[in-house]
Design a protein around this ligand. Structure first.
Ligand SMILES: *Cc1c(COP(=O)(O)O)cnc(C)c1O
Length: 382
């Protein structure tokens, strides 16, 4: 493999962690704060209040010191009991995670498996829901990061809501900021999110927002660290049960300055625009989109062209060009390249990502007219 280009900057194009803007990083570096003070309670509350519109909820999300999976586990352990029947709409690796969590915690998991790269259809869901009357909860993703598919939750959730009384739980870890999520209007009971995707801060902070229905229907399982009843009471005053991830919360406060000024809708529109440019750029380079439907605003997956070694392509991108893309997971290993445009990413970031992809593809045996991808994206931005 050729040596690394000199003077290269490292650039992240993987779907989490996403790039953290310098002011957001520096805010966390300023000082270590004590969390049992009124000043910190106010900061904590203010973050929760400014986060809520991104969930589309009047209820304030709970902040947890964990990665997104911790909040997924909290959703399972707080909202289900052993033996409960739950439906998992499983469209990829993260759908599988709901399935695993449900099984580990003793739920009776029914999995609706969707072909990877595709979206679930309402008829498929309706057919499974009709099989039983005793659903405790339905779990799904807003955006399936492993396949770069955004599920049509705006269409599906109100229909699920109408046909079952079960709680509806959405993993929107890579969905928030990229796609609209309107918990209250659509009838979602729980939305899970995390710091290192759309919010542009370092990993380690998770968010979980509950509807009033969810709060009134919590399960009876033993739980300790992730006890959402306890957190809801404490966090109403800005006090988390355990030491909060203070530096990340200071970062969150800084990141929310930008996100709130742009508004949740504006943030989604920005990501839709970047995603469109990346899709056009890839297609102009002769690549094919892996997703059959529901193209994600967070991440785009291109199928690795015939004759190109997909795993080597990811290595060339990283080692020669300093651009960190993600390959495929599991059965998609070596078959796709995932280009993230989530978080604090701008039009010139995606242009450089397309340029790196073109160079790396050229050196891996797939050539196109020089600049075909960036030209298509620039034409779109113009
Ligand atoms: C990143 C991600 C998660 C959480 O993963 P962690 O590594 O625990 O932060 C969950 N769901 C989706 C869809 C994700 O993209």
């Amino acid at each position: 493999m050729a040596t690394r280009e000199p003077f290269l900057k490292d650039r992240l194009f993987c779907p989490g962690p996403t790039p953290v803007p310098l002011p957001v990083k520096l805010a966390a570096a300023e000082q270590t704060v004590y969390h049992r003070t009124q000043d910190f309670y106010n900061l904590f509350q203010s973050c929760r209040e400014r986060l809520a519109p991104f969930f589309g909820s009047k209820n304030l999300p709970v902040l947890l010191a964990s990665s997104g999976t911790g909040a997924m586990e909290a959703a399972i352990t707080n909202l289900t009991d052993v033996g409960d029947r739950i439906l998992v709409i499983n469209a990829g690796k993260f759908g599988e995670r709901w399935q695993k969590l449900g099984s580990y915690f003793g739920c009776n998991v029914v999995s609706l498996d969707i072909d990877w790269g595709n979206i679930p259809q309402w008829d498929q869901i309706a057919e499974v829901l009709r099989r039983y009357q005793d659903w405790r909860a339905v779990f799904l993703q807003a955006n399936e990061t492993s396949t770069a598919v955004a599920l049509p939750i705006q269409e599906l959730i109100p229909k699920i809501r109408q046909s079952t009384d079960a709680l509806i739980v959405v993993d929107a870890v890579s969905g928030l900021c990229a796609h609209q999520v309107d918990m209250d209007a659509w009838g979602i009971d729980c939305v899970v999110a995390g710091s290192q995707k759309g919010f542009g801060i370092d990993p380690g902070l998770a968010f979980i927002c509950l509807s009033d229905r969810a709060v009134s229907r919590m399960g009876q399982r033993p739980r300790f660290y992730f006890d959402l009843r306890r957190e809801l009471i404490g966090q109403a005053k800005g006090e988390s049960a355990w030491t909060p991830a203070t530096s990340l919360i200071v970062s969150l406060d800084k990141a929310l300055e930008t996100l709130t000024a742009l508004t949740p809708n504006g943030v989604v529109t920005h990501h839709a625009r970047l995603a469109e440019a990346v899709r056009r750029g890839g297609l102009a380079m002769g690549l094919k989109l892996f997703a059959q439907a529901g193209h994600s605003n967070a991440v785009t997956a291109f199928t690795v062209p015939d004759g190109v070694d997909g795993k080597k392509l990811i290595k060339v991108l990283a080692q020669q060009y300093g651009t960190i893309f993600a390959g495929g997971q599991d059965k998609l290993a070596g078959k796709i390249v995932r280009f993230s445009h989530l978080g604090f990413v701008d039009i010139f970031d995606v242009i450089s990502g397309l340029a790196a992809l073109e160079l790396a593809l050229h050196h891996s045996g797939h050539s196109c007219r020089p600049g075909a991808g960036t030209a298509a994206a620039l034409e779109f931005f113009r």
